[in-house]
Design a protein around this ligand. Structure first.
Ligand code: UTP
Length: 235
């Protein structure tokens, strides 16, 4: 009798912003250390990792917009860049992580039954890789979702322009969704710390969200393992 497929119970989903992967400073060292952390965490929890496109995606989208491409075409260009980053991270992780990242939610869920971590980029137009991660999380009833971004949590005002901005350490879904919807319109290349589909999907599924600074790997590891961390908690 074939052995049953490994369980996806206790899955953790991590969304790594492209702005965390590609900063122009020590990126190779960061990706190496990130891969070590994810490989280790992927042994104790089934782990799904999405990679954003960051400034490379935004640059291509800006160029495409100047050339008059449609919004769907711009999204598809963004998706291609997120997949390049997924290839990079998957290659560094090595087996059992599939070298060719899955391109649909269903394929990612399927592969998670055979390997961990699974890395993927975008899937279809209209959202970001946060939304992709949230759909996978909802599908497998993930234990938690960790958003690794370029700020150390959600602030009451934009910390880049408001020096007195204060981090919100705990927020509930209705208020968080209101903030996400106010800050995003769903246009290609938009850059807010979480997207609409992601917030709506996780809220509906009741999956807690942690928002952390992705370059602080020690803290990111704590959030992934479910230990106390510095950042914001939603849910
Ligand atoms: P990202 O996931 O990088 O989103 O997708 P982001 O929030 O703009 O950037 P970072 O990386 O977190 O800083 C880049 C773009 O690719 C398209 C969207 O246009 C998105 O803004 N995209 C991505 C999709 O249309 N569908 C997807 O599934 C993923």
């Amino acid at each position: 009798m074939p052995s049953p497929a490994p369980s996806t119970a206790r899955t953790v989903v991590v969304s790594i912003g492209g702005s965390v992967l590609l900063t122009g400073t020590d990126d190779a060292k960061y990706v190496e250390e990130l891969a070590d952390l994810l490989r280790e965490a992927g042994r104790s929890h089934p782990l799904v990792v999405t990679t954003g496109g960051g400034r490379a995606a935004r640059e291509y989208i800006r160029l495409g917009r100047e050339l008059g491409l449609t919004e769907v075409e711009l999204d598809e260009i963004g998706i291609d860049v997120t997949r390049l980053n997924a290839r990079l991270l998957a290659a560094r992780l090595g087996p059992p992580t599939p070298a060719h990242p899955p391109t649909t939610i269903a394929a990612a869920v399927h592969e998670l039954r055979h390997a961990s971590p699974i890395v993927l980029g975008g899937t279809e137009p209209g959202h970001t890789t946060d939304g992709v991660g949230a759909l996978v999380a909802a599908r497998v009833r993930a234990e938690r979702f960790v958003n690794a971004t370029d700020v150390d949590g959600l602030y009451d005002q934009d910390p880049r322009t408001h020096p007195n901005a204060r981090r919100i350490d705990q927020i509930w879904w209705p208020e968080f969704r209101k903030r996400v919807h106010a800050a995003t319109s769903g246009e290609p290349g938009q850059n807010f710390l979480f997207d609409r589909l992601g917030a709506d999907t996780l809220a509906r599924a009741g999956i807690p969200l942690a928002i952390v600074q992705g370059r602080d790997l020690e803290n990111l590891g704590k959030a992934i393992r479910g230990e106390p961390f510095v950042g914001s908690r939603v849910g």
